[in-house]
Design a protein around this ligand. Structure first.
Ligand code: PMP
Length: 344
């Protein structure tokens, strides 16, 4: 039986269950808003647990179509965890092997999970330049050259990364908001999410003859992306604790021309808001989700003050589970200089 013969909600395999995630309205965190609304796209509902399932599939489809990945081949990738999980799920379903390089700041749960789905994982130092032979980018590039039958997708430059969101995430958002979208908010790592979703919703708005939605990027304090966008200059990157977004170089997958504004968030804002999302909305997600939600709420308050009824959609990229031993743990927060006792 093929996928097309099945009723909605039934799937022939895990890969066919990727996408069509729920869009959910925030209520308690936004109860002070007058005319504006904030809705969130719950990407943890993908079978591998994050938005990166979508690009894992799209990059593999592209490699298969172009003969880069042959039966029994090996996928080699540099990943902060979620792309690896997406790729490993697709690999498990299709019989490929996986080797991943991951920076040492990533949670042990993500590393254990990659190993649980059958991947070989190489842990690399976070605090070295991208060009350093020890960096997780360079180790992945080298393994991609050395391992026989290896394919190194490189999500930072692969066009199937934004394409996955042009084809799936963006159109889902447009359909789920019934044309009401005024602001799209996403954290920026590779920039695939903001580029692909941004393009899709801008094209859809144009096609519908409606006002183009604002495309808002969220960058981590310590990353170089916001300074580049605002001033065209490359600042000195600093390390930070929140995982999955912000970069120390310009990812070719990002199309900055689609973006209207980039706002910064610090670690504390990400962690506090993620914990509030769990406790007040029942949405247990990662730190990047927290940061993006806080920016959307701030902007919704500003829209309210201007008397506008804005409609925000925020991407929540992954689940909270990989961070239980990190910012969901009060001792870890205290050890890292935060004071969770003062947080509500
Ligand atoms: N948040 C998390 C948890 C992620 O894993 C990623 C992907 N690195 C992002 C946000 C950023 O998404 P993108 O790479 O599409 O910009």
């Amino acid at each position: 039986m093929s996928q097309n013969d099945l009723p909605p909600g039934a799937f022939t395999d895990a890969v066919n269950a990727i996408g069509n995630t729920p869009l959910i309205r925030l209520n308690r965190l936004t109860s002070h808003l007058q005319g504006s609304e904030v809705w969130v796209k719950l990407e943890r509902c993908n079978p591998g647990g994050s938005i990166k399932d979508r690009i894992g599939l799209q990059m593999v489809l592209d490699a298969e179509a172009n003969g880069l990945l042959k039966p029994g081949g090996t996928i080699v990738e540099a990943t902060s965890g979620n792309t690896g999980i997406g790729l490993a799920m697709v690999a498990a379903q299709r019989g490929y092997k996986c080797i991943f390089t991951i920076p040492d700041k990533m949670s042990s749960e993500k590393i254990d999970l990659l190993r649980a789905i059958g991947a070989e994982v190489h842990i690399c130092p976070t605090a070295v330049d991208k060009e350093d032979p020890r960096s997780y980018y360079e180790v992945a590039a080298r393994l991609g050259r050395e391992v026989p039958g290896a394919w190194y997708p490189d999500q930072y430059s692969h066009l199937a990364n934004p394409l996955a969101h042009v084809l799936s995430t963006g159109p889902e958002i447009w359909k789920q908001t019934a044309g009401r979208l005024t602001h799209f908010v996403a954290t920026m790592g590779t920039g695939g999410t903001i580029t692909g979703c941004g393009k899709a919703v801008l094209d859809a708005a144009k096609g519908a003859g409606s006002k183009p939605p604002q495309i808002v990027g969220v960058d981590a304090v310590g990353s170089i992306l916001k300074e580049y966008f605002d001033h065209g200059t490359m600042g000195e990157p600093k390390t930070y604790l929140v995982e999955g977004f912000g970069e120390d170089f310009l990812p070719p997958a990002t199309d900055f021309s689609l973006i209207d504004e980039i706002r910064p968030v610090d670690d504390e804002t990400c962690f506090r808001t993620a914990r509030s999302l769990a406790r007040m909305e029942g949405l247990f997600c990662g730190g990047s989700a927290g940061g993006a939600v806080q920016i959307a709420i701030d902007m919704a308050e500003e829209a309210d003050e201007r008397g506008e009824a804005a409609f925000f959609v925020v991407i929540l990229p992954d689940a909270g589970n990989p961070y239980l031993s990190k910012f969901y743990n009060d001792d870890w927060l205290r050890e890292n200089g935060f004071n969770p006792d003062e947080w509500e």
